[in-house]
Ligand binder design. Structure first.
Ligand code: ASP
Ligand code: MG
Length: 416
């Protein structure tokens, strides 16, 4: 019998009425002959609320205790869903992460899954039970409860699906799939039937925040077909329709991709740029500039080092806007003093826009089409970076939406 994992987000679990709807949907799948494991999030707002309680007491609470608190939202969800399924006459059992167990490392608030035991769950499934497992949490070697980082239930669901060798992992959420770009920016953005996991990684990391990135990495590593679909439809809609709805994250070789060269336009509004002028051009310089930035736990994205003139060069890189001030402090403290560089300047009002698509591998001229489109709109490109399946540019944040709309049109991505 085929096993399917369902994941429901906080909005889908947001009230007892919504939980009853989730139960109806799950029961419908079970009636159709599937084995089902459900991985729900906490009810919407709940994780924020309980973490907030801890922070009322202390600004920076002990991460172990934070995990103890943050993990409870999911525990309420699984119990309520089990009760809702039992109320429909289904056999259902709920488990917290430590009961499965889902073993993780000990990095509290950002733990990584190490292993998932399938013995208990398989025994329950064989008895015809629907198994409900908390998202977002696990247990470390010493028995401490851990959590996987905000939004971590997506990762739990995909990891559980991989461990149980499920046929597919269905992520039910409040959007009905993955779009060519954010429909709030481009109203005629088109829903994609399939996207490869590599494209999804780019779309997710670049700001189309549908899934937690790590869940997409899991899907890729374990080749777990994962589908994003809406939980807001009628729970009793015909299964045949539901099975092919949403967006399937798949594997390039397996699918007959939609013919487009470009799959989507991703963007990230909140970037910042820092430039160190007059850096001596000698070995070890990039490391001396970026080492302290990495030590401060700041993620660097785009990097440019200019051709040197008279032994000096300029060095520019981008960081998330939230880390801008910290990055500037680090540069001022370490770099200037030790490297003998000139001025440091920055701009915290820049955004990144990217065209993404595996089709780029077999097409040339994508970059020039992108640059021509931006030039036609009078948008200045500050930095460029490329990979096999994407081209990103850094621009003034004022023009971000204009750029996204123009590129979406230029690459013919709009709905028919
Ligand atoms: N409840 C957790 C959070 O709010 C995990 C999740 O919803 O995926 O971050
Ligand atoms: Mg989520």
């Amino acid at each position: 019998m085929a096993l399917i994992v369902h994941k429901y987000g906080g909005t889908s679990m947001g009230s007892t009425d919504r939980i009853k709807n989730v139960a109806k949907r799950v029961a419908k799948w079970h009636d159709a002959g599937y084995q089902i494991v459900v991985v729900p999030s906490a009810m919407s707002g709940e994780t924020n609320r309980i973490i907030g309680l801890a922070k009322e007491i202390m600004a920076d609470p002990d991460p172990r205790e934070l995990d103890m608190i943050a993990s409870t939202g999911e525990q309420v969800s699984v119990g309520l869903l089990a009760i809702a399924l039992q109320a429909l006459g289904k056999k259902a059992v709920s488990y917290a992460g430590w009961q499965v167990p889902i073993k993780t490392d000990s990095s509290h608030t950002k733990a990584r899954i190490a292993s998932i035991d399938d013995v208990k769950v398989n025994a329950d499934l064989a008895e015809g039970k629907i198994v409900i497992i908390t998202g977002f949490q696990g247990v470390d070697e010493l028995g401490n409860i851990t959590t996987l980082g905000r939004g971590g239930s997506d990762t739990s669901a995909v990891a559980i699906a991989a461990a149980l060798k499920a046929q597919e992992c269905l992520i039910y959420t409040d959007v009905d799939g993955v779009y060519t770009t954010d429909p709030r920016v481009v109203s005629d953005a088109r829903k994609l039937n399939t996207v490869t996991f590599e494209e999804m990684l780019e779309m997710a990391s670049l700001g189309s925040k549908v899934l937690q990135i790590r869940s997409v990495e899991f899907a890729g590593n374990y080749r777990m077909p994962t589908r994003v679909l809406s939980s807001l439809t009628d729970p009793l809609m015909p299964l045949a329709e539901e099975i092919i709805s949403g967006t399937l994250i798949s594997f390039e070789e397996d699918t007959n991709m939609e013919q487009a060269t470009i799959t989507g336009i991703a963007f990230n509004r909140d970037e910042a740029k820092l430039t160190v002028f007059g850096v001596p051009d000698k070995p070890g310089i990039a490391y001396q500039i970026l080492g302290p930035i990495a030590d401060a736990n700041i993620e660097v994205d785009m990097i440019i080092q200019n051709q040197s003139v008279e032994g000096k060069t300029d060095f520019t890189f981008t960081v998330p806007r939230g880390d801008y001030n910290k990055a500037m402090d680090v540069l001022n403290a370490s770099v200037k003093e030790h490297i003998g560089a000139g001025n440091i300047i920055g701009d915290s009002k820049v955004s990144k826009v990217s065209v993404v698509g595996v089709g780029m591998r077999s097409h040339v001229g994508i970059a020039s089409q992108m640059f021509r489109t931006l030039s036609d709109e009078g948008i200045n490109i500050q930095m460029i970076s490329t990979s096999e399946i994407k081209i990103s540019v850094l621009i003034d944040e004022k023009y971000m939406e204009l750029a996204v709309r123009a590129l979406h049109k230029a690459f013919g991505l709009e709905a028919a």
